[in-house]
Design a protein around this ligand. Structure first.
Ligand code: MTE
Ligand code: MO
Length: 311
């Protein structure tokens, strides 16, 4: 496996009672685990192995990951989210789980995350616009949360929905935006259940900055960035493939699957290489893009599918 995985077992109290403490204390709030929890033996017993940090894959500095964003609810320029996302209230926050589940419900995020162990996952994020970053997320497998609501046998897809609150999201008030809010995304249920697919609540040892999708966002590292929907308020289990925002906007350019694939160009640009941030005019830091963004263990999910057709 290419990514390095660290896992910390924590109680719901330490995760959520301390939310303000974490905000106040910065990294210290999340670093205050007993050191034995980090021993290699302890990790080994839980199935984790040390992945060699990849030489050309230094973590993208926090300053880039939190300043160069796509979050159209706050505008279409890369610096709009960092400038305006503080206007979004993320506390209190509720998520509604609905559709093909035995136990639908609207639930506050503290309860939603109660008892869930958080892990740190260092993942590459590859935007369809051909830049990429390496980000240490704090999160947990999507499957852990969805299972709690007991999907019925008819559930084949999961649809996700972002907050709609024009009073706090200036992009949703904008006359120029062509997106039909809410921002929506979806996965096949077996994709969502793959252990690499996570919900993130933090990054770089801190709670998620609003511009990165606080308080809860999806991270699907083998797919183009637009699948990783931010600030989620709705999760719906469905029988049919749900609509997705970029596909609705431009179906020729953005498919439902959106697996990172250097062999399938975007109609307006090549997907063969990417610009790993930080990059500049003089140090472009251009690297080859890998199939599935390098996470080839997901390939069996698409056995027998023509990935040129299902792009
Ligand atoms: N709700 C919402 N989620 C979103 C977006 C958006 O505009 N709105 N942009 C997507 C795109 S195109 C990318 S590349 C990633 C960027 O995530 P990051 O800013 O944390 O790097 O968020 C994705 N999630
Ligand atoms: Mo993106």
């Amino acid at each position: 496996m290419a990514e390095r995985i660290r896992s910390y077992e924590i109680t719901p109290e330490s995760a959520w009672l301390s939310r303000r403490a974490v905000l106040g204390a910065g990294v210290a709030g999340l670093a205050a685990w007993p050191s034995h929890a980090l021993s290699q033996d302890w990790l080994g017993q839980r199935g984790f192995a040390p992945g060699a940090p990849i030489a050309d894959e230094a973590e993208t500095p926090f300053e880039y990951a939190s300043a160069y964003n796509n979050f159209y609810e706050f505008g279409s320029d890369k610096d709009d989210p960092a400038r305006h996302a503080h206007e979004m209230t993320v506390d209190p926050w509720t998520v509604e789980v609905s559709g093909e589940v035995a136990k639908p419900g609207k639930i506050g995020i503290e309860d939603l995350l109660g008892g869930i162990d958080l892990e740190e996952r260092i993942y590459r994020l590859r935007c369809v616009e051909a830049w990429s970053m390496v980000i240490p997320w704090i999160g947990f497998p999507v499957k852990k949360l969805i299972e709690r609501f007991e999907p019925t046998g008819a559930a084949k897809y999961v649809a996700f929905e972002t907050l709609v609150r024009p009073s706090e999201m200036r992009g949703q008030r904008s006359f120029f935006s062509s997106i039909d809010w809410p921002y929506v995304e979806g996965l096949r249920l077996d994709e969502a259940y793959h252990p690499l697919a996570i919900f993130a609540v933090g990054m770089y040892g801190k709670v998620l900055p609003n511009q990165n999708g606080a308080p809860l966002r999806l991270v699907v590292p083998w797919k183009y960035g637009f699948k990783s929907i931010k600030s989620i308020v709705g999760i719906r289990l469905t029988r049919r493939q749900p609509p997705t925002t970029w596909n609705l906007l431009q179906a020729r350019e953005y498919g439902f699957y959106a697996n990172v694939n250097p062999a399938v160009d975007h109609p307006r640009w090549s997907q063969k290489t990417e610009r790993r941030l930080p990059s500049s005019l003089f140090a472009p830091n251009r690297i080859d893009t890998k199939p599935f963004n390098g996470y080839e263990e997901v390939a069996p999910l698409y056995a027998g599918m023509d990935l040129r057709k299902h792009f």
